[in-house]
Design a binder for this molecule. Structure first.
Ligand code: SF4
Length: 470
C-alpha cells in the first residue's frame, strides 16, 4: 500500500503543503518583506540594483519605506549611503558589540601532504606575515580535495597531518591564527547547498580554472557535479566567516569575484538584517547586508619552477619539499634543468630563460644574484657551481622550518589537538552565521521538540512566531 505523507506548514491555519513553493500574493508579500529591490534587478550587481524611483531622483521617505529601506533620519548613520559603497561592518562587530581588534582574513589549502617551496613562497610566508596584522582563519579544505581526488582517499588523514605540521613548522601560530578542518563543520555543506540554489550554471561553466583543469587532467573523470560546483563551496567557506579580505595571488582573483557575485545575489534575494532597535517596535531600522562582500587581498606569489622547469607541483614530481634533508635538496637541484642552449661549460648562458636563476631570485642574496647574472652570460660560472650556491640558500631558508617541525613529527597528536581547538573556535562563528542565514532565507529554526501547552517555552515560541509573521 502506498502511504501519502502530508506535510503542512506550521501555524494555526491550514496552508498548502510545504512542497508547494510560495507563489502569487504570498510570494509577493514574502518578497517585499525580505527584499528591498525590485525583482527585475535579480541578476544585477548590487551597486547597480537600485529601485527605479531612486534612479529617477525621487527618493522620498514614502519611496524608501515602500522599498523597505530606512529614511536617512532613521538610520544609525543618519546619512544613508548606497550599500555597495558603505563601509561594511566587520564580522566581529556583526557578532559582538566590541570593536574589532583586527580585520579578518580567511584562506584554505587542499591537503596534499607534505608542502614544498612553491607553497612556502606562494602562500605560507604570506600567512605568517598576515597573522600579526589580521584575525586569521586557515582551513584544511578536505572536501575540496574530494572534488578531484574522490577515487582515492586512503592517504587523506595522513596528508592533513603532514600539511598542518608544515603550517606550524613555517611559523603559523595557533595562538594567533585559527586552524580548522572544513569537513568537521557541517555548516559549510549547508551554506554550499543554499548558495547552489541561487548560483546560475553559466557562472560556474565560465570559471577559467574549471575549463583549464578539465583539459589538463586526463587521468580522472572530472565531469562531476561536485567539481563544477567547487567555486560555490569555496564561496560558502569564505562567507561563513565574513572576512573582510581573502589573501590570493593574481590568478585567483576571479574566484573571489565569483564569491562576491554570489553574495550580491544572496543579499538581493534574501534582504538585509535590520539592526536598529526601531525594528523591535515595528519601525524601520538601519540595515546591513546578511553577508558582507569580501575583498581580494593581493599577496606576492612568485611562480616558482620545479626541477623540470614547470611550475613546482607535487603532481608533476618536480617539487623540493620543506622537509627534504639538505643532501636531498642539493641532489634534486643538481639535476634541475637550466638554459637549454647552454650545453657545454664553455657555452655562454642566459639566466633570463633559466629556471635555476628564478630560484636564485627568490632565495639568494643580491650579491649572488648579480654575480650569477653577470658570470653566466660570460661563461665564468658553471651550472653546477651555480646550482650549489642556490642549494646553500634554500637549505639555509629550510633549516629553521625543519627545526620547528621536529616536535610535531615526534608527537603528531599535538597537530590534531591544535586542529580540534581551532575547529571548535571556528564552529562558534559558523553557527552564528548560519543562524542569520537561515533566518534570512526563512528556513525553520524552531525547536521541534514537543512543547507543553501553556508552558513558558511554548508561549515564547508562539510570540516568536507571531513576531515573525508580522
Ligand atoms: S649558470 Fe646558472 S643561471 Fe646560468 S644557465 Fe647555468 S644554472 Fe642557469
Amino acid at each position: 500500500m502506498t502511504s501519502v505523507l502530508k506535510l503542512w506548514r506550521p501555524g494555526g491555519r491550514r496552508e498548502p503543503p510545504i512542497w508547494l513553493r510560495p507563489t502569487g500574493r504570498a510570494r509577493a508579500v514574502w518578497r517585499r518583506r525580505v527584499s528591498p529591490l525590485p525583482s527585475t534587478c535579480a541578476t544585477m550587481p548590487l551597486e547597480r540594483a537600485v529601485a527605479p524611483s531612486r534612479q529617477a531622483g525621487r527618493e522620498t521617505k514614502a519611496h524608501l519605506l515602500e522599498e523597505g529601506l530606512p529614511p536617512p533620519e532613521m538610520t544609525d548613520q543618519g546619512n544613508r549611503t548606497p550599500l555597495a559603497t558603505a563601509p561594511l561592518p566587520s564580522a566581529h562587530t556583526q557578532n559582538t558589540a566590541q570593536a574589532p581588534a583586527k580585520p579578518r582574513i580567511l584562506s584554505g589549502m587542499r591537503p596534499t601532504g607534505r608542502l614544498h617551496l612553491g607553497n612556502l613562497v606562494g602562500a605560507l610566508e604570506n600567512w605568517v606575515r598576515l597573522q600579526n596584522e589580521y584575525e586569521s582563519y586557515h582551513f584544511v579544505a578536505d572536501w575540496h580535495m574530494l572534488t578531484t581526488d574522490y577515487a582515492n582517499t586512503t592517504e587523506l588523514q595522513n596528508n592533513i597531518q603532514e600539511m598542518v605540521t608544515d603550517w606550524l613548522a613555517c611559523g603559523l601560530d595557533p595562538t594567533k591564527a585559527t586552524f580548522f578542518i572544513q569537513s568537521r563543520l557541517l555548516e559549510h555543506a549547508e551554506l554550499h547547498l543554499i548558495f547552489s540554489m541561487i548560483t546560475p550554471l553559466g557562472w560556474l561553466e565560465r570559471v577559467p580554472s574549471y575549463k583549464e583543469q578539465l583539459e589538463n587532467i586526463k587521468d580522472r573523470d572530472l565531469h562531476t557535479y561536485g567539481f563544477l560546483g567547487y567555486p560555490v563551496l569555496q564561496a560558502a567557506d569564505i562567507l561563513m566567516y565574513k572576512p573582510q579580505y581573502v589573501p590570493v595571488g593574481e590568478d585567483q582573483v576571479a574566484h573571489v569575484e565569483l564569491t562576491r557575485e554570489i553574495v550580491r545575489r544572496f543579499n538581493f534575494l534574501y534582504g538585509r538584517i535590520v539592526t536598529s532597535s526601531l525594528a523591535a517596535v515595528g519601525g524601520v531600522g538601519a540595515a546591513r547586508p546578511v553577508l558582507p562582500e569580501p575583498q581580494a587581498l593581493l599577496t606576492p606569489t612568485p611562480r616558482l619552477p620545479g626541477t623540470d622547469g614547470r611550475k613546482m607541483s607535487k603532481s608533476y614530481s618536480n617539487a623540493i619539499f620543506l622537509s627534504d634533508p639538505p643532501q636531498v635538496v642539493s641532489k634534486k637541484l643538481a639535476t634541475m634543468v637550466t638554459d637549454p642552449a647552454r650545453k657545454r661549460r664553455t657555452d655562454k648562458g642566459n639566466p633570463d630563460v633559466c629556471p635555476v636563476f628564478d630560484l636564485h631570485k627568490v632565495f639568494s642574496n643580491q650579491d649572488v644574484i648579480s654575480k650569477v647574472n653577470r658570470e653566466c652570460r660570460t661563461a665564468e660560472i658553471g651550472c653546477l657551481d651555480c646550482k650549489s650556491y642556490v642549494a646553500g640558500y634554500v637549505n639555509e631558508r629550510l633549516k629553521p622550518i625543519q627545526e620547528r617541525r621536529k616536535p610535531y613529527e615526534q608527537n603528531p597528536q599535538l597537530v590534531w589537538d591544535i586542529l580540534a581547538k581551532g575547529t571548535e573556535r571556528a564552529r562558534k562563528v559558523a553557527q552564528q552565521t548560519m543562524a542569520e542565514v537561515r533566518n534570512a532565507v526563512s528556513l525553520s529554526q524552531r525547536d521541534l521538540r514537543p512543547q507543553e501547552t501553556g508552558s513558558e517555552s511554548g508561549r515564547s515560541q508562539q510570540r516568536q512566531d507571531e513576531s515573525g509573521r508580522r
